[in-house]
Design a protein around this ligand. Structure first.
Ligand code: UDP
Length: 364
């Protein structure tokens, strides 16, 4: 009988990483995969739209766990996965990235002695204030198979004492989705519906706690956006967490009044479409730093550090912090500059195939 994988996802940035692996497993037909969605992101525009657009089947199991404290969520996911993995024991659990589902599923697999694979292993911001940093570290320590996107990740894992035979550099699985869906995204021309000119606007996303959960930081960023908007129109699909904080602190109206186009989070195709013709991107997202590198769109990252240093080395991304001065200066320094599309080693759209082959060999 074919060996069984359980892929666990929970939040937006997991979906574009799981979809290529589901597709590769199905295409080869020699392993079986069950997709489990913890429900951390459950809104239509943070979850459902991705399954549709990434052509991924509905989850086989939906746990519907959201709300409450992070500890409550993680604990409930562990309990539900314990039941699931006991009732239908998979041969391997596969987790992605650095979200709470990654942490919870890693612990559940480990405590049941089920082999664990971590896709996007080895990334480190070295910033212990970042909740995601702890999730990555735990997943990497518990994983038996660590699939890394870049040489810096291999170096981090070696420095953490992870035996090299557990580490497989396979490239960036998110790029599999990006390259597959870029033509459809370009055809969508999402900038047109927003009345924007190709090359004449900036795309903004923000959701990191250090930027949006601190009133001073968020006020400063809003001030910077209003300044930039005076010379370059900005489009800003607002993450639910960010919208809630902006509403709490009365910042939504001010930002709207400045002319920044505020949207609900948009689907993957719409977002990639907007990125392809942007003059620049201003973000604190991890994945968007990578996508902008591949697309060749200059990226200003509103953080002091990044777990994706390869995007800085490739030249298209720069860290501008979250002060209004830092962001506006970063924007001014960009004027007229273009970035070239980059393809770091193994960011070639075939990462999922490589992972499937390794998992098959190991489980076979
Ligand atoms: N994204 C999207 N719609 C949006 C904003 C982002 O489809 O309105 C996509 C983006 O293209 C990337 C992923 O969501 O593939 C990044 O997720 P997020 O920024 O939430 O998480 P992070 O990468 O920071 O973990």
């Amino acid at each position: 009988m074919a060996k069984q994988l359980a892929l666990v996802v929970g939040a937006r940035p997991n979906f574009m990483k799981a979809a290529p692996l589901m597709a590769a497993v199905q295409a080869k037909g020699r392993l079986q995969a069950r997709l489990i969605h913890t429900g951390q992101h459950f809104d239509a525009n943070m979850s459902d739209v991705f399954f549709r657009q990434l052509q991924m089947a509905e989850p086989d199991l939906y746990l519907d766990i959201h709300g409450g404290s992070v500890n409550e969520q993680v604990a409930r996911v562990i309990l539900e996965l314990d039941k699931e993995f006991t009732a239908r024991r998979p041969d391997m659990v596969v987790v992605f990235g650095d979200v709470n589902a990654t942490l919870a599923a890693s612990i559940a697999a480990n405590k049941l002695n089920i082999p664990l694979a971590h896709v996007e292993a080895g990334l480190r911001s070295f910033d212990r204030e970042m909740p995601e940093e702890h999730n990555r570290i735990v997943a990497d320590v518990l994983a038996d198979y660590l699939f890394t996107p870049s040489p810096d990740a291999d170096t981090n894992l070696a420095a953490a004492g992870i035996p090299p035979e557990r580490v497989f550099r396979v490239g960036n699985i998110m790029v599999d989705s990006l390259l597959r869906f870029k033509p459809a995204a370009e055809q969508l021309a999402a900038w047109e519906a927003q009345g924007l000119t190709p090359g004449g606007y900036g795309v903004v996303t923000l959701h990191r706690p250090s930027n949006v959960d601190e009133q001073g930081a968020l006020c400063g960023i809003v001030e910077a956006l209003a300044t930039i908007q005076q010379s370059t129109p900005l489009i800003f699909p607002v993450h639910p967490r960010t919208r809630a904080r902006m509403a709490d602190w009365g910042l939504l109206d001010a930002l709207q009044a400045s002319g920044v186009r505020l949207l609900e989070p948009v689907g993957y195709l719409e977002f990639v479409s907007l990125m392809t013709q942007a003059q620049f991107i201003l973000t604190d997202s991890g994945g968007i730093q990578e996508e902008s590198t591949v697309l060749g769109i200059p990226c200003l990252t509103a953080r002091e550090n990044t777990e994706r240093p390869i995007t800085l080395q490739m030249g298209g991304n720069r860290l501008v912090g979250n002060s209004p001065q830092g962001i506006v200066e970063g924007y001014r320094a960009l004027r007229g500059q273009k970035a070239a599309p980059q393809q770091p080693d193994l960011w070639d759209g075939r990462t999922a195939e490589r992972i499937e082959a390794i998992l098959y060999e190991k489980l076979g």
